[in-house]
Design a protein around this ligand. Sequence first.
Ligand SMILES: NC(=O)c1ccc[n+]([C@@H]2O[C@H](COP(=O)([O-])OP(=O)(O)OC[C@H]3O[C@@H](n4cnc5c(N)ncnc54)[C@H](OP(=O)(O)O)[C@@H]3O)[C@@H](O)[C@H]2O)c1
Length: 321
Amino acid sequence: MGRRVLVAGAGAVGSVVGGFLAGAGHEVTLLGRRPHLEAIAARGLVITGLWGEHRITRLAAVAVGEELAGPYDAILLTVKSYDTAPMLAAVAPLLAADGCVIALQNGLGNVEQVAAAVGAGRALGGRVIFGAVVPEPGVVRVTVCADPIALGAAVAGVARAEELARAWAALFATADVPTEYTAALQSHLWTKVFYNAALNPLGALLERPYGALAADEDGRAVMDAVIDECFAVARARGVEPLVPDADAYRQLFYGRLVPATADHRSSMLQDLERGRRTEIEAINGCIWRYGRAAGIPTPVNATMTRLMRFRERRAEGRGRA
Ligand SMILES: NC(=O)c1ccc[n+]([C@@H]2O[C@H](COP(=O)([O-])OP(=O)(O)OC[C@H]3O[C@@H](n4cnc5c(N)ncnc54)[C@H](OP(=O)(O)O)[C@@H]3O)[C@@H](O)[C@H]2O)c1
């Protein structure tokens, strides 16, 4: 039976997942910004790239301020991390009593906010490791896919949420969105944050692709230190990353992850170039805050965060000018 799904933040990730769910017969509403939604209302949503060519017409598109008709069986939270709180406040009341919110975002602290808003029994998250862009309104392109989405309960061991996560992981996969259930969502989210924390701000600050950062001995030294701090904070919080220690992670990082994305330009750099905010607070900023709370020094993550804040303020100024 088709489920009622609200995509809260219909940008790149939300449009791809929402589009495939609609294509599989679910009743999907996209909540987003006008130009994208108007193009979808006029011509349908076009999905291109790695997962084939599709035009999805069975989609409702709702812009901010318009009426939303809950309740929804699932609300996909697909805004950038800095928009998590206001978006949750707006959509949490629309969730069905037996529904769930699924955060599909990078960074730390998002699924915790979901659990606080709707209860741990209805709070799920996914580690997303496919790439998507919106090249023009109404069109999304899937650019890469390193692994299936790892979908699980925000808080491990909450039986109701784990049952919902199993069901929705199966439902995503049936709709052709590669997805697997995980009982260890936090391990997946943290391990992805290590990659983002090391590469994203440095790539933005130095304006160099990932391969160039790893090829430079000073770039490497900075990233090595970021990774050490991330592992120390994870350990202090009782998180078990997918890789046992910082040295093993660096082997994976320099041996496989960076070579596979050597030409990649940091998304934080792209945000700055557009005069927009970045997700620094949910990545290095969160490592810094969590470290401070646990008494773990994180000077390199703190410096990355401060430098990125400085760049954000400059980029905003240029945007306004
Ligand atoms: N794209 C990727 O390849 C990728 C891969 C892995 C993980 N992720 C993560 O997935 C999350 C989503 O990323 P994304 O690239 O899909 O972001 P995105 O393209 O910026 O999509 C978010 C959309 O939500 C909109 N939005 C924000 N607040 C809204 C509101 N109150 N009402 C309606 N619409 C609102 C945004 O509009 P405005 O921009 O106008 O505010 C934007 O169109 C992020 O945490 C990101 O790090 C992305």
